[in-house]
Design a protein around this ligand. Sequence first.
Ligand SMILES: Cc1ncc(COP(=O)(O)O)c(C=O)c1O
Length: 376
Amino acid sequence: MNQILKRRALDRIKPYTPGKPLWEVKEELGLKQVIKLASNENPLGASPKAIEAISKILNELNRYPDANAVELKKTIASCLDVKTEQLIITNGADELITLISETYLEPSDEIIVPFPSFSEYDFGEQLMGAKVVPVPLDHEYQFNIESILAAVTEHTKLIYICSPNNPTGTYMPKLMLEELLHSLPKNILVVFDSAYSHFAANEDYTNGLEFVRSDYPIIVLQTFSKIYGLAGVRVGFGAAPESIIQSILHVKEPFNVNSLAQAAAAAAITDEEHVNHSKKVNTKGLEQLYNALTEFGIKYTKSMSNFILIEFGANAKEVYQQLLALGVIVRYGDIWGLPGHIRISIGTQEENTVLIEAISSILLELRLVNFKGEVK
Ligand SMILES: Cc1ncc(COP(=O)(O)O)c(C=O)c1O
């Protein structure tokens, strides 16, 4: 046994709980057909243009990737009307959260995180030995600017805003973000995670980029894992005023994003057909699930994203386990402190139908609806 002490800060790190992989559930339960609606992936697959771009560079795998991802930055910059100097490309948005934490957090610093939200923000804080100040979301999981501002102290360094928020699907309207940016001291960085921005259709939604263009102290996080269907190759990016990007570049590994990911991302962001089709399928899928849940009398939160938070109350864990046994992987809410909830990603129409039938049979078995399908 060695006696090498690891950093004390690591004792507080809770391991990330990913959605169960398909192979594991198939193997554990001996099932042939399993569907995964647990990680908010694109059920249609990757952009075909991205697959083509990857296949074209397979014979260049002996070469290191471009450390500065120049081509990808140029493409993103022209698509999103930002400067290449305002971009950093990372190994998924997850890596960017770690890099932001490494860049800015001292052990005495505080980060404000509306609650419940994406767990990786806490990881960054734990890694650096800083302190999370959780601010509960309001009624129906809406953002409340007063409670966020009330949590600010002289130690606050970062404020995370996930919009649309994972796992609730609610969002921070543009005017509220503007007010927040105007109200905060200028030594606080707003980390605006708009990983699911493409699914957000309301007019008062912002993906935050307009505030980057206007030089506010904000960094916008985006990922290629969701609408672009590239979760497997790991690529995301941050957009922020140049001075913020320059600071974060100090802690970036030179070859953090592999060449297949760079090529795929550059192709995917220009693949409007794939993006538009994915949005349409998602909107229809949301409606399909809303209708079924309303029929079952099950409460849910209206979502601006590609997942829905559903309230099953005392039966939530049982419903989660029974869905798993029937070959439908979803996410149980206890990881967000929501033990009465399940988060379900929107799938294809066929997958949603399998899910709805599975929920229906479970509710019948739990005798929560009678055999005519009426809620008891
Ligand atoms: C809100 C949010 N931000 C960031 C990420 C991480 O994305 P990536 O796959 O690019 O690391 C996720 C993934 O689920 C997410 O839900």
